[in-house]
Design a protein around this ligand. Sequence first.
Ligand code: AHR
Length: 656
Amino acid sequence: MNRIFFFFLAFLFASALSAQAPATFKVDVTNPGADISPYMWGVFFEDINMGADGGLYSELVKNRSFEFYKPLMGWKEVKKEAASGSILIENRQETNAANPRYLHVSVKAQKGEFGLENEGFRGMGFKENLEYEFSVWSKSATGNLVLHIEILDTKGEVIGSTTMAPIDSKMWNKQTVTFPCHATEPKGRLRIWFVGNGSADLDMISLFPTDTWKKRSGGLRADLVQLLADMKPGFMRFPGGCIVEGHELSTRYQWKKTIGPVEERQVSINRWNAEFAHRPTPDYYQSFGLGFFEYFQLCEDIGAEPLPILNCGMACQFNTSEVAPLDQLDTYVQDALDLIEFANGDTTTPGGQLRAQMGHPAPFNMKLLGIGNEQWGEQYVERFALFQKTLKSKYPDIRLVTSAGPAPEGEMFQYLSHKMDSLGADIIDEHYYQSPSWFLQNAGRYDKYDRKGPRIFAGEYAAQSDRVISTENRNNWRCALAEAAFMTGLERNADLVRMASYAPLMAHVDGWQWKPDMIWMDNLHSFGTPNYYVQKMYATNRGDRVLPVLYNNAPATGQDSLYASAAFEQAGNEAIIKIVNVSAKAQAAEILLEGVIKMNPSVKVTLMQSNDLSIENSLDEPMHIAPVSQTISVKNGKISTSLLPYSFAVYRVKLK
Ligand code: AHR
């Protein structure tokens, strides 16, 4: 644009703003309202979109224990010259029911070499100069085979290699070796050469980077955990989602099968494997390497309150709707009792002992527990009531989270809300996957809710730029801005709404089933969407008490396209004001802090803004739209600001 024309436009814009009467927000600092839950803004993790295996859990080998439906999925034989070797999958169901299959390999290598390759989860991400940890469980049958390990780039060039000690033990044992990688490669693979003459049994063939979160061996991807930690989430809901329910009861999530040594955790098909015909992922399984112990540990690491969700004796009602008969619900209720003991019991209890054996003698101090995911109907109410009776009599302080069904309105929703109210439920989990305009229109949703009923958990929400389950959905600024506007209503009603989390959390660019998602990744990199930054702005600017804020004598719930909420933060004696402008025009505004005699003249502003509502972040431009910080000055006791088009701003004012 020609410079003179630009200045002319800027002049017109500035004069138009100054001619307008400013929008005035009155924040009553003398009248702090309800307390805001310390775990108001959290995260919801589910193993969907390769969120765990292939994502947060940093194992690089797919189908490491040969337990997929097709036991050699992800693996292929390789030969050099006329090598002769063979493999066979064997089964020891009687002695190891949780991990029955293993690989038997026989090699006669007078000439050439025989081996196996693993393709990883859409390839394996390798980093230059990083050490990798290879491990395998093995026992020798005949001879002393030696494993020669190589990692390869996409062209098949070797970028790291090592040789292990010969397999000579007649008993299963684990060998581990660490070796460096010499190049960065986003889609590499692993190759194992079997050297010598003989035969051996192999299982749990595994490869991990060593730069995991807190450098834990076999741990989590540090970049992804860092994104979570940076958000300072108040809680973490886990492990789902529909994954809790299973397609049928036999494939439901069973927490006990996810703890203890990883080689004893029973692999299960992931319920998202074949859920969507348009996004099939036949190689999607759950190794449970990221199981319930790792989950509690992660919560502790990032300061999030654990919120486990357990199966309530019902499989997904969108799938089989299989239910456990009421007189057989004991196993399910016992699972819940045992989980509480595992998390909180002292080390004299069997659960506490198990936790201590896994390396955490101190209790995890779990306070919240969800019963069922998106269940509905009479069958759910009956089952929840049984859980509630037993759990409340033994652990009255554990707050139970209960379902409001999959939709935020309608008959099903009304029925459950009414029933849960009469059962005296603690917290109801409402889900909304709706259009951006629904979010804008519903910013006042909770203003008139009954205060005597259960508290609310906005457990899954995300604005859908197209429609639910559409592959066209985008994580764009339009959706994130609508969520920011809606969240002012959650904050204003923090007496009622105690917790909220965006959903789903993570997605692999080559392995997803569901869009939109808060954090995206490939094998080496990850980035936060605009939706992530909105969540982060709320979670890092939570405050402890709601402050009433009026716009023309009413809460700002969309009048003149403006939305606002405010909070007071005790620690820094600060007022925190959030304002969202969803219109295409800038609006001059004044924020008046009523009842404040003195405040710091400098106000810290965190701003997200773009005139382009379709803007997104990506692996190439991870911060295309992200918060920026600035300061503005208080003049004559007023905070004068310009609410930029399509903007979300957080103002922090230090009171004196
Ligand atoms: O977040 C994806 C899915 O949406 C969850 O598993 C389920 O609870 C909801 O239907």
